[in-house]
Write a protein that binds this ligand. Structure first.
Ligand code: TRP
Ligand code: SF4
Length: 335
């Protein structure tokens, strides 16, 4: 069984963008691979170092979200990044194998710096060593467990590529030790926001969270962007210009989706009714998630145990890897 590893920054709850963009894939992968799932608190701190409570709180939140979508802790090793000191150690070792210029050229890092002007400055002049270096730490995440495949979207490609370069450099200097990982590219289905924006995102304020209550779902869907040309109930409209139709397509069945499309085009469907139907379908879609989530919320010790067990197994694997790395680097003083 091949080893796969992926990580998530614990900076907020999962929304439909995460779910359809990445997490549904994990549900399949958990049956086919030895799956390590890292709650990347250290990486989360690289752009939230001033807000440790947020990261701490979301470690548990995101773990509960991931369990409640159906990830099975008997198949997936859930672990917390900061609890594996070997990752931090590897990060230091790898930092010699990458140039600062190369990190500045990493497209994902570049676009994140541009998006986070309030932290890193308009021209990126306040960029921290830690944030610039997070691809090195991510290379440590992956190689610490001999990760062969890294499931992720296109934004993760430059990070996996940078990891591959570090691995090649390491192996060429210290001898063949590390495996070069490959990305397992998810069909990076980008989910649009309630406002029609191409991307659903927390900072954009246009997201539907899996954890949203029935009231929140109602309020959000009632406010979703529809075809602006439809004014009266009987006006024919273009469903493809409407976010309500867009979400119907995500959570409704084929027959109903066709009905919505057809009636909208003919002008025999009012937007209020259409939104009410979507609210019902969305609540149905979320009902399994909500039931599972309730169990974890009422029994937080279950979550603690899952994280403790996963972390213990991850630690075992990391220690084995560290012996090899230190031997290759002539840091094996104990042997
Ligand atoms: N960079 C990822 C993100 O932005 C999170 C992450 C941390 C990760 N470590 C990883 C992804 C290792 C893949 C492999 O969400
Ligand atoms: Fe959108 Fe439905 Fe209104 Fe058509 S009828 S514009 S699909 S909300």
């Amino acid at each position: 069984m091949k080893t796969i590893l992926t990580g998530l920054r614990p900076t907020g709850n999962l929304h439909l963008g995460h779910y359809f963009g990445a997490c549904v894939n994990y549900l399949k992968l958990q049956d086919e691979y030895d799956f390590y799932l890292e709650i990347a608190d250290v990486q989360g701190l690289t752009d939230n170092f001033f807000n440790p409570e947020k990261v701490r709180h979301n470690v548990k939140e995101i773990t509960i979200d991931l369990l409640s979508i159906g990830l099975d802790s008997s198949k997936v090793h859930f672990f917390i990044q900061s609890r594996i000191p070997e990752i931090a150690e590897l990060t230091v070792f790898y930092s010699n194998l990458v140039t600062v210029a190369r990190l500045h050229r990493n497209p994902t890092v570049k676009s994140e710096i541009a998006q986070k002007k309030e932290i890193f400055g308009n021209e990126g002049e306040s960029i921290t060593y830690g944030f610039l270096g997070y691809p090195v730490s991510q290379a440590a995440d992956i190689t610490c467990f001999n990760g062969e495949l890294v499931p992720g979207g296109e934004d993760q490609m430059p990070l996996v590529e940078q990891c591959r370069e570090i691995v090649r450099k390491f192996n060429s200097i210290y001898g063949d030790t590390l495996k070069e990982p490959e990305i397992l590219l998810s069909e990076n289905k980008r989910i649009k926001g309630l406002d029609g924006n191409d991307k659903m995102g927390k900072s954009l304020g246009n997201a539907i969270y899996l954890v949203d209550s029935e009231e929140e779902i109602s309020k959000k869907i009632m406010g979703a962007v529809t075809d602006e040309n439809k004014i009266k109930r009987d006006d024919p409209a273009n469903p493809n210009k409407c976010m309500v139709y867009y979400y119907h397509k995500l959570v409704n069945n084929k027959e109903n989706i066709n009905k919505v499309c057809d009636e909208c085009q003919k002008g025999t469907r009012g937007c209020v009714q259409c939104k009410k139907e979507l609210i019902e379908s969305m609540n149905n879609f979320l009902s399994d998630f909500r039931a599972k989530r309730k169990v974890y919320e009422e029994n937080p010790e279950l979550v603690d145990k899952i994280l403790a067990d996963g972390t213990r197994e991850a630690l075992k694997k990391a220690k084995e890897q560290m012996v090899k790395v230190k031997k290759a680097m002539k840091l094996d003083y104990e042997n």
